[in-house]
Each structure stands twice: as C-alpha cells, then as structure tokens.
Ligand binder design. Structure first.
Ligand code: FNR
Length: 198
C-alpha cells in the first residue's frame, strides 16, 4: 500500500497563499505515488482548546475527526503562515486538540514516529521562515520526525498565478519536490514500493 500523507495549511482564509502552496506540494507527493489527503481547516471549525470540552462532553467532533485523520496517515505536509514571528493560533489549536486523548481514554499518539515536512508563504521577505522554527520545535516535541528540507516563499502575493500555479517554474518544482521527497522517504521507511518506481 502507498504511504499515506495528510496535507493542510495553517490558514482558513479563502485566498490563503499557504493553501495554494500546500496544494502544489500535495500534488508533488501524489505524483510520486503517495496517497494524499488534502484538507482545508475551514471545514473543521473547532473551538479554542478548553479542558472542560474534553472531560465533560468528550472532544468536539471536528477535533476527533482531525485526530483520526492524523492517526491514519504516516506523513504530514504542512504550510504555515507566520504570525508575529511565530505559529498562528489556528494551527497551534489544531495541533493541541489532535494531541488530546478522545474522552479522556489514553490511546496511541497520532504524531509519534510520523514524518513532517514544513513550508510557509508570506508577503514578507522572509516568507514565514521564523514561524517554521517554532512549528518545527512543537512537532519535534510531539515525537514527529521533522525533515530538514523546508521552503519559505517570500513575496507570496506576487508568487502565484490565478490558477494557483507559481509564476516561477523552478520554485514550483521545488515545492512539488518537497512533497515528492517525503513520499519517497516514507516509502523507504515503510518498506513499500511506490507505483512510480517501476
Ligand atoms: C501577519 N503576517 C506576518 N507575515 C510575516 O511574514 N511575518 C509576521 O510576523 C507576520 N505577522 C502577522 C501577524 C498577524 C496577526 C497576521 C494576521 C498576519 C502576514 C501574513 O504573512 C499574511 O497575512 C499571510 O497572507 C498569511 O498567510 P495566508 O493566510 O495567506 O496563508
């Protein structure tokens, strides 16, 4: 079976640059033979974490759904905006909810031993690079193998065409290759052959 990769952007915004970016990386991973589930966090509206929500009533259903998704995939492709030099609250909240056991029952870690690849996009010059430092640390703490390869796309407001592709073809292939690279590494780790290998 093909490696399974979950992909999303840490932004709910309809015209999010990070959503455009993750779509390219996800396509790269898919073309390399991975099974990619690309989701939009806008479809998973969850409240800011409140301990009472899990102990009294069980985890919010959308948080449970995200947790199940992370549990059923071996890889994570993540494109995160940078807010004031750090991780946006939407993404931190999602990471936190996924880390919680459902209805207080201990279960397997959705993160431990899984592989994550990070990227970011920002209209600014650094492309959100400073925020990725924090995202990397958080996911590393959760036991994820966060790959050294990453990309931060600066001047994002000028980088994408209306159809979601990137004006700079070299940049576009580098983003797709980031996804493809994770697919190949996962296949190696899992001891499976990618359908594109033959
Ligand atoms: C930002 N933005 C931003 N950009 C950046 O490069 N460095 C930063 O520290 C910040 N800080 C920041 C804080 C807050 C509260 C907001 C709302 C925005 C700008 C940010 O990169 C821009 O809004 C992007 O468009 C967000 O990503 P999406 O939504 O396009 O994916």
């Amino acid at each position: 079976t093909a490696p399974r990769i979950l992909a999303f952007a840490g932004s709910a915004r309809q015209e999010s640059w990070n959503k455009k970016l993750i779509a390219i990386a996800a396509a790269g991973a898919r073309d390399a033979g991975a099974e990619v589930t690309l989701i939009d966090l806008r479809d998973y509206p969850i409240p800011i974490y409140d301990g009472d929500d899990e102990s009294e009533h069980g985890m919010p259903v959308q948080a449970q759904a995200l947790r199940k998704l992370m549990l059923s995939h071996q890889g994570l492709l993540l494109a995160s905006p940078e807010y004031n030099g750090s991780i946006p609250p939407l993404l931190k909240n999602v990471i936190d909810w996924i880390s919680r056991p459902v209805s207080g029952q201990p279960g397997p870690s959705p993160y431990s031993g899984k592989v994550a690849t990070l990227m970011s996009a920002s209209p600014g010059g650094f492309g959100g690079l400073r925020g990725l430092v924090h995202v990397r640390a958080i996911l590393g703490n959760l036991g994820m193998i966060v790959l050294p390869e990453q990309l931060a796309i600066g001047s994002a407001h000028e980088a994408f065409a209306a159809d979601g592709s990137m004006h700079n073809a070299k940049q576009q292939s580098a983003v797709a290759e980031l996804g493809a690279g994770q697919a190949r590494l996962l296949a190696k780790l899992l001891g499976v052959t990618l359908s594109t290998d033959c």
